[in-house]
Design a protein around this ligand. Structure first.
Ligand code: ADP
Ligand code: MG
Length: 332
């Protein structure tokens, strides 16, 4: 059965950045308004995600660590990608490959509680001090599996990958505040990325967030895209031909809120700008496609950003025509 295969196929945590992604998505799912991510040594020795979301009830803590236990969907709903990720896989996977501690206080609870798991051994729940939300700490990723540790890249490039993941998630959630710190040196550490919560409707908030992430030049040289085709919608911002890049580094694409990398969509971007940009120039975009989850399979692999459209032609047509229409409206 396909759904079971997809789960079996996946190693959820391949690198520090995949753990960061899962933990931040959990914080988003918990309706956090501020999320702080700290890491040390490229995330290899420490990843800590702190949120102010609804928390986990004390009696649910052991459940959060058991395989396939999720509070988010029932088992028949694996295609639902409005909540993220592989259902109930992330925390148990992390508990199996590192030292994981969860401290949480559920909304309205009298006190906080903590649970720890190390190499798959779950310790009893104990009382803890925390005013609100959840702190998940993952230490010494892959300490028990040196073979996998060896596959990690330098601290510098793992840190870079964490930064990219956090920026993508911050783009998709402009109303949430994000702080990313490198605490390798101990203490408060160094702020690597900071995006305060953005106000206004989604377009206003997104524009403000893109100014923070992609810069003033992009914010002032981009246009709103808002298109629809056969029930699939495209919204976001795309650069004018007057602002382009020498590499495809600033092409951020999301399907139903989830960052993706997809050949069909990237090819469509190129096609949309083909009249304006030479082959060595790339537009910068932050574009969000929304469609019925049935029309796209984003769970091809849990840790990868690949997708499979049921009707690739519709997605491509939406991008090309939506972008050309927006560019034409801006006089191009
Ligand atoms: P999933 O997100 O697919 O449900 P996870 O293994 O990532 O699976 O998390 C297991 C469960 O733990 C979630 O369903 C949720 O109930 C709870 N949980 C995890 N992280 C948080 C968090 N930051 N805030 C509140 N609940 C959380
Ligand atoms: Mg999760």
């Amino acid at each position: 059965e396909a759904a079971a295969n997809r789960i079996a196929a996946g190693e959820v945590v391949e690198r520090p950045c995949s753990a960061v992604k899962e933990l931040v998505e959990n914080a988003i799912d918990a309706q956090a308004t501020r999320i702080e991510i700290a890491y040390a040594d490229g995330g290899k020795t420490l990843i800590r995600v702190t949120d102010d979301g609804h928390g986990i009830a004390q009696d649910q803590l052991p459940l959060a660590l058991s395989r396939h236990a999720t509070s988010k969907i029932d088992g028949s709903d694996l295609l639902n990608i409005h909540t993220f990720g592989f259902r109930g896989e992330a925390l148990p996977s992390m508990g199996a490959v590192g030292r994981l501690t969860i401290t949480s206080r559920a909304l309205g609870a009298e006190s906080a509680a903590q649970i720890a798991v190390n190499g798959g051994d779950i310790e009893p729940v104990r009382p803890a001090a925390l005013a609100k939300g959840t702190i998940v700490e993952l230490r010494d990723l892959f300490h028990a599996t040196p073979a996998r540790l060896k596959f990690l890249r330098t601290d510098r490039s793992e840190s870079q990958a964490i930064g990219d993941v956090v920026k993508r998630l911050a783009m998709a959630e402009p109303h949430i505040g994000f702080i990313l710190r490198d605490v390798s040196g101990g203490g408060e550490g160094r702020i690597v990325f900071r995006a305060d919560p953005c106000n206004g409707d989604l377009f206003e908030a997104l524009h403000a967030r893109l100014r923070t992430i992609l810069g003033k030049e992009f914010a002032e040289n981009s246009i709103l895209v808002d298109a629809e085709r056969e029930g699939m919608t495209l919204t976001g911002y795309a650069s004018l031909p007057t602002y382009s890049r020498g590499a495809a580094v600033a092409q951020y694409l999301f399907i139903n809120g989830r960052p993706v990398k997809d050949k069909v969509l990237i090819g469509a971007l190129r096609a949309a700008y083909s009249d304006f940009l030479s082959r060595d120039r790339y537009p910068a975009v932050a574009l969000f496609i929304e469609c019925d989850p049935e029309r796209v399979d984003v769970n091809v692999h849990p840790a990868k950003a690949e997708v499979r459209f049921r009707e690739p032609g519709v997605a491509r047509g939406l991008l090309v025509s939506g972008l050309r229409y927006a560019l034409a409206g801006a006089g191009h």
